[in-house]
Design a protein around this ligand. Sequence first.
Ligand code: ADP
Ligand code: MG
Length: 281
Amino acid sequence: VNVIGDDNQSALFGKYDLGPLLGSGAFAKVYQAEDLHNNGESVAIKVVQKKRLKDGLTAHVKREISVMRRLRHPHIVLLSEVLATKTKIYFVMELAKGGELFSRITSNRFTEKLSRKYFRQLISAVRYCHARGVFHRDLKPENLLLDQNRDLKVSDFGLSAMKEQIQPDGMLHTLCGTPAYVAPELLLKKGYDGSKADIWSCGVVLFLLNAGYLPFRDPNIMGLYRKIHKAQYRLPDWTSPDLRHLLRRLLEPDPEKRITVEEILKDTWFNHGVDPSEIIG
Ligand code: ADP
Ligand code: MG
């Protein structure tokens, strides 16, 4: 990470022109910007306040950033540059022009064909990262974006380890926030396998794509935990038997029994109607 100057302006000055706010999460604000060294091409810049980092930038965080910068995959938001001042870190990323995937499902569910398209793109990104020892650990709707061709782009890959070092500013990400996407073994607060936890979250995403609502909902947090631990959900009647079967395997409470990425690639629903040449292998 190049520490450039003392303030905002000096880090971006002459390189990027900051534009409108695209979105904000518990940890950061993301702006659209123009890359002045690249014909004003649109990019997204995520700004993280360093004072929210627990012990500043540790060696571990720097390593995560260097890993993330090496991730090049058609369905992962490309991180092109990281800049820092004494107070802020700027992540310069590819702009996902289509916005959040899930702003498009809130009112109407997707067909199984469309759900399959996005699920396949998600799994190909997840598989690529897991093969490199990188786990997302925070796969959820706000982190699934669309590009101008309406293809999926997973954002924040590799940044999860950094997030653990950041103090969230709101209730949303604290313990009493919504664990709707979190694998049961994470709730137990013991050690867990990052790849298995990501697969669970992919199951929640696939459920949501198909049903238009989340699998686990409860006004009471203990009630929600109970449902997650038992994988107690209700699928809509239209769900095909093959998709039911795959969801059962993804939302398997026991991480040891849960389907693996390699098994997903061989799944019947996953491959239904797909041209054999498109089969990920
Ligand atoms: P946080 O880590 O605080 O959750 P995110 O990286 O999820 O921050 O970004 C917050 C929001 O900004 C996202 O939910 C999305 O709407 C928007 N956003 C983030 N990255 C991009 C991007 N590369 N292109 C377009 N919008 C983005
Ligand atoms: Mg986010």
